[in-house]
Design a protein around this ligand. Structure first.
Ligand SMILES: [Zn+2]
Length: 435
């Protein structure tokens, strides 16, 4: 087998990692949590490399996601097409936390349309999401005509597929069909954006609008739901998805650390806007960071009510975990945010990305690269606690147990590569063993 060094695709990470628009020196201050991990990150332990940060994924049918581009303009790493569908059980497992034990809506009747009962065929996020856009990104990435989001009675949003396809038509406030991206429409919008960029320049409002239209089309939302950060220094909209024309990464999630704003922003990289699933994947990845971040701040709020000084916070979070009130993922990502470390949130995102990659079209030439890339990105994240490593490895093993023999071979090939590649052979994930 050939083990020539792979160029990893990077999707962005948190802000503290750096590199937003390196060509714009005095940039907007909060640098977001990127989408695109960054090799300068303190969490990255491996040698310098080009990372492919593949986001969580989604992927639907014939498009690919060529993830992340590095934040530096011009470096196009990967340009192929992927395809795929998420494997719901696997992905949803990663999204569930003890603190968010909403009930799955799978199998439930949630409405009627033309006298036909609308039933949730699959719930891809049983625990639900607080943030509607995270559900949209996950649902939209399924590549299913029946993809929808649904808000349960606890106000949590689920990414679902129903038994009744209705395109993009909304049915009620609680249920919204998101369907799948329309490639023809996408290609048309992509052309318009390229034309506008050529004709007016990248920072012209008309060009910015053209990118916003692409972003909206990928996610199946109205363009008014996308906020454009028009000028340097403008504040992002924390409640929407932001398009930042000056962001050189695929995406970013705001500033790392507690009590800092977290938000999703997507940059106009060539790689990121190659096909709609790239945009979806980037958005989902960043939404995941934002979820970790918001949860960390929720916990911080609870802690503050106890009146204890901040130096007791970490111990308090540990205590919440021991009392079974939060998951190991929440504990790790919260302490990570407190200590300004992105390792835990990135590792979790990349593991999810790796898992979702199995849902993609296996004929795609980029697929193996992405598979390994996600795994490699997860592997170089540190420091992670032993029980979090164990948790992430157990997700992988659970995934493996559910794979068919072809996919098991792909899994093992990626893992073998990880264990032999000089960049990753000494990392925590290289210690993975099947049960
Ligand atoms: Zn990231």
């Amino acid at each position: 087998m050939c083990l020539k060094p792979i160029k990893w695709i990077e999707r962005g990470g948190f802000m503290g990692d750096g590199k937003i628009n390196s060509s714009v020196p005095n940039q907007q201050q909060p640098l977001p949590l990127e989408n695109g991990a960054v090799s300068s990150s303190p969490d990255v332990q491996a040698p310098k490399q080009k990372n492919v940060e593949k986001h969580q994924t989604a992927a639907g049918s014939k498009y690919a996601s060529a993830p992340g581009g590095p934040s530096h303009a011009g470096s196009k790493i990967g340009d192929s097409k992927l395809t795929g569908r998420l494997r719901e059980a696997q992905i949803s497992a990663t999204l569930r936390t003890k603190a968010n034990l909403a009930q799955s809506v799978a199998g439930k009747q949630i409405g009627t349309l033309d006298k036909t009962a609308i039933v949730v065929a699959r719930d891809h996020s049983p625990a639900g999401f607080k943030n509607r856009y995270e559900a949209i990104a996950l649902a939209r990435g399924l590549g299913s005509k029946n993809a929808a989001i649904y808000q349960d009675s606890n106000k949590r949003w689920h990414a679902i597929e129903t038994n009744v396809p209705v395109g993009n038509k909304g049915v009620s406030n609680n249920l919204q069909y998101v369907g799948q991206p329309d490639l023809n429409q996408w290609n048309d919008l992509k052309q318009k954006a390229a034309d506008a960029k050529r004709q007016f320049g990248p920072q012209d409002p008309r060009t910015q609008d053209a990118y916003r239209n692409q972003l909206a089309a990928a996610l199946g939302v109205d363009p008014s739901e996308i906020n454009i950060i028009r000028n340097e220094g403008d504040k992002p909209d924390l409640t929407k998805i932001n398009f930042n024309p000056r962001l050189l990464k695929l995406g970013n999630a705001g500033e790392i650390g507690l009590d800092k704003p977290a938000f999703v922003q997507v940059g106009p990289t060539e790689l990121g806007f190659d096909n709609p699933y790239d945009v979806i994947s980037t958005t989902l990845h960043e939404e995941t960071h934002v979820r970790h971040h918001d949860r960390a701040n929720e916990l911080l709020g609870e802690f503050k009510k106890t009146g204890q000084p901040m130096d007791k916070f970490k111990g308090w979070v540990e205590g919440q975990y021991k009392a079974n009130k939060i998951s190991v993922e929440e504990r790790e990502t919260t302490i990570g945010a407190y200590e300004k470390r992105t390792g835990p949130t990135e590792a979790a995102s990349y593991i999810t990305g790796f898992m979702s990659t199995f849902a993609m079209d296996r004929k795609d030439p980029l697929l193996e690269k992405l598979l390994y890339s996600n795994l490699g990105q997860a592997a170089i994240r540190s420091p992670l606690s032993d029980d979090f490593k164990k948790e992430l490895m157990s997700r992988l093993e659970k995934l493996y147990q559910g794979l068919d023999s072809n996919d098991r071979q792909r899994f093992d090939a990626a893992m073998t590569r990880l264990k032999t590649d000089p960049q990753t052979k000494n990392t925590w994930l290289a210690k993975f063993q099947h049960n």
